[in-house]
Ligand binder design. Structure first.
Ligand code: ATP
Ligand code: MG
Length: 479
């Protein structure tokens, strides 16, 4: 962040100084008292187990310059006024919604509101000096696309992007405050579980370039309908300025239709022949897409290291942004072709020494990412290797749950997946059901043969990453 005095922080956040002179220099924010260092402002937030206010003194002892708090603490602080408690659903601190039912007095909401103002100030000042802010949203592929973008924008100039999936009212402003006067590009992932969430995040960090990847059924239960999901994702393009650019997926009708909801220029991407930035002559080599990137600026050959045809749309979206930021088609193609998986548990492919290939896509699941992963599994099997889909339940689908699970099972059958194993309580209605991770591991140990390909995937809460890790550790991976 641009360095500020604590008095300026108080002014921007609407707080008051507590046990501080105001001359203290603030150079960053942290929410973990163990990682906060000199110049750091510690955010006192409620967590699942403890309240950050209890760690105020410890954070300052560890080097923090002060604390951003909603209640009096035993340390120098900016105290912000209380806010209405907001009970947002999921206790997932750095992906999707942060505030769990752990904010009874509204102190979490108050600190987050102050953090939002601080981040908005930082982004506004830096944007006036030439920072480009890129926002990425969609039901699936935000993190994958953000990682590709970080890789292709970095050669053009210093780029800040979130680690992992920091995409909510904590992770997004935290990331926005990593940008300072040297930063050229700020890449942000925006998530939503309801109307208004993305609009609010755009308020925290006003993007000039916005990418909408797709409208799927992730969190359909909370949204209520696919139309409500499309309305929410479109808030990103509505927030773009007239001199901005909306990058829209021409292959997804719900996304293409957002062209009418923005003042910004529209760049379409996809496999459609009329897309502005498109993939031609797409083939898969061991599940990895190869295509010609064709854009108004020129064309270049791309060979992705990522597995799965679904990454083509992600790569094209990232390419369109980079071209907009001044990259050349050759530069984009080279960076895309060099990028490996940067965030864990998303289509991580490991070839074991015994010839078994494990595909760890256990990070999360929704019906569309399940379909994408099954297609990638079939491509990896290429009709010659035995394929296994080891799947747990897809959460948060509401009334659509039974139909969506049945559809996934049908897709696996249509794609010719040889074995479907379902783990824990699920509604797939086909395949062999096992009770838990341990039972799945026993079954696979007994039945896997050299040459088999195993996909492991479920919603995050099922914890199938443990199964994938165990499968990988069974045998030494090929270096
Ligand atoms: N364009 C896409 N279409 C369908 N599935 C995709 C796409 N891109 C990635 N996936 C798959 O979706 C899952 C999640 O990917 P990723 O983490 O990139 O998405 P995300 O949108 O950031 O998810 P979250 O909402 O959990 O943050 C992975 O299994 C990945 O392989
Ligand atoms: Mg993500």
């Amino acid at each position: 962040m641009i360095e500020m005095s604590l008095a300026e922080v108080a002014e921007v956040t609407g707080g008051r100084l507590h046990r501080a002179t105001g001359t203290e220099r603030v150079a960053g924010v942290e929410f973990d008292s163990r990682t906060v260092g000199p110049g750091g402002l510690f955010l006192a937030l409620p967590g699942e187990r403890a309240d950050g206010h209890a760690f105020a003194a410890a954070a300052v002892a560890a080097g923090a310059v002060a604390v951003l708090a909603a209640r009096e603490v035993d340390a120098p602080a900016v105290l912000v006024p209380p806010a209405e408690p907001r009970g947002l659903a999921a206790p997932n601190p750095l992906g999707n919604s942060y505030l769990a039912a752990t904010d009874p007095d509204g102190s979490g909401a108050a600190v987050l509101a102050a953090l939002a103002r601080l981040a908005a100030h930082n982004v506004a000042v830096l944007s006036r000096a030439g920072l480009t802010v890129v926002g990425v949203t969609g039901s699936s592929g935000k993190t994958s696309t953000k990682d590709l973008l970080a890789a292709i924008l970095a050669p053009l100039g210093p780029t800040v992007a979130p680690p992992g999936s920091f995409n909510n009212e904590l992770g997004l402003p935290w990331t926005a405050l990593r940008a300072d006067t040297g930063t050229r590009h700020l890449v942000l992932e925006l998530s939503a579980r309801g109307r208004g969430h993305i609009a609010a995040l755009c308020h925290v960090a006003q993007p000039r370039i916005g990418v909408v990847l797709n409208v799927g059924r992730a969190h359909l239960g909370e949204f209520g309908s696919p139309e409500a999901i499309a309305a929410a994702k479109g808030e990103l393009v509505e927030a773009l300025p007239a001199d901005g650019v909306a990058v829209l997926n021409a292959d997804d009708p719900a996304v293409a239709a957002m062209a009418t909801r923005t003042r910004a220029a529209v760049v379409t991407v996809g496999r459609s022949p009329d897309a502005t930035v498109r993939a031609e002559d797409l083939t898969l080599a061991a599940g990895r897409p190869r295509f010609r990137l064709v854009a108004p600026q020129g064309s270049a050959e791309v060979a992705l290291r990522l597995v799965g045809a679904h990454h083509v749309g992600n790569a094209l979206s990232a390419a369109a942004v980079a071209l907009e930021c001044g990259a050349t088609p050759d530069g984009v193609a080279a960076a895309l072709s060099a990028a490996g998986p940067a965030s864990r548990w998303r289509m991580e492919v490991v070839d074991r020494a015994d010839g078994v290939t494990v595909v760890n896509d256990a990070y999360n699941a929704n019906p569309e990412s399940m379909r994408a992963a099954l297609q990638a599994l079939a491509a990896l099997g290429s009709g010659t290797r035995r394929t296994w889909a080891v799947l747990g339940r897809i959460a948060e689908l509401g009334d659509a749950s039974a139909t969506a699970h049945a559809e996934v099972a049908a897709t696996a059958a249509e794609l010719g997946v040889d074995h479907l194993v379902t783990v824990g309580p699920t509604e797939y209605g086909r395949g062999r059901a096992v009770a838990d991770v341990a039972a799945a591991l026993d079954l696979l140990r007994a039945e896997l043969e050299p040459g088999d390909v195993v996909l492991v995937k479920a919603s995050r809460a099922v914890g199938l990453d443990r199964l994938a890790d165990a499968l990988v550790q069974e045998r030494e991976p090929v270096a």
